[in-house]
Unconditional design. Structure first.
Length: 277
């Protein structure tokens, strides 16, 4: 029987799914003064001390180097999970008590991966291409450096990189996925080859939000990898566990229509090709 492990990243004491296939993992444990009582990302071969810059990718790296015997591997967050029963919109919300008192069935992954290559979060449309959007929210020069690295290390991925960043306004958030182990190994090597080189070249921002730089980059690189390899992706709704503002199909449809309209109108006026140096 196939074995699936879906890591649940957590950095503070809170309720989270812990029954198989879910496996809680404490991220950034090497730099935390708190022990959450389950597996930490600071064991074995790890990058736990770099969690402020790599975010949930410290759990991703830990799984790549230390997890054994899994046929399928995935990653989610203590407040964000794939809703395997829905793919209508990118994010829906669920109250805490309701979510954790309800069953959380997962699909037959053998059957699912006979039709698909990986599961990713359903993408959210933006009003600009991803290059413009990243430049508005973060530092443009960092994404230019990232492209240079891809061109040097994996030149056959540049066309896909340019498509995702310059000719696309859809972004799958949260670095969440489920995929077969062999695909995961290949993706992980590709991803960390690029990010570790970026870490060597880029000055990490002092602002703690902007310092999460490699988590932001990885969200976008996942789509580059999927496009280049011609992967058939199962895009899945993400349930956000929160007692705050509700999100659902109506909100998704409204913002999708508005952002796609703005993207169509504004795309001729913004950069649609990489900078040359």
């Amino acid at each position: 029987m196939s074995k699936t492990v879906i890591l649940v990243c957590a950095h503070k004491q809170d309720e989270c799914l812990a029954e198989p296939p879910y496996m809680p993992i404490q991220v950034g444990k090497a730099i935390s003064g708190v022990d959450l009582g389950f597996t930490g990302d600071n064991t074995g071969d790890n990058i736990s001390t770099r969690n402020r810059n790599f975010c949930e990718l410290t759990a991703h790296y830990w799984a790549w180097k230390n997890l054994k015997g899994a046929d399928y591997v995935g990653l989610c967050h203590y407040r964000r999970y794939f809703d395997f029963g829905s793919d209508t919109c990118n994010v829906v919300t669920a109250p805490t008590r309701q979510f954790f008192s309800s069953p959380h069935p997962v699909p037959d992954f053998d059957r699912l991966f006979s039709r698909y290559d990986m599961v990713m979060s359903k993408p959210k449309p933006y009003a600009y291409n991803l290059y413009r959007d990243y430049s508005r929210c973060h530092r443009q020069e960092d994404i230019d450096t990232l492209r240079e690295i891809v061109q040097e290390l994996y030149p056959d991925y540049v066309e896909s990189f340019d498509h995702v960043f310059f000719h696309n306004n859809m972004l799958s958030h949260f670095n969440m996925f489920v995929m077969p182990w062999l695909r995961f190994e290949e993706y992980s090597k590709w991803l960390f080859d690029i990010l570790f080189e970026a870490e060597r070249r880029i000055d990490i921002p002092s602002d703690p939000v902007q310092a999460r730089i490699f988590g932001y980059m990885s969200e976008r690189l996942m789509s580059v990898y999927a496009r280049r390899n011609g992967l058939i992706v199962k895009y899945q709704t993400v349930t956000m566990v929160t007692d705050g503002k509700k999100k659902g199909l109506a909100s998704y449809m409204f913002h999708s229509v508005m952002n796609n309209m703005l993207y169509t109108i504004t795309r001729p006026f913004y950069r649609n090709k990489p900078k040359t140096r």
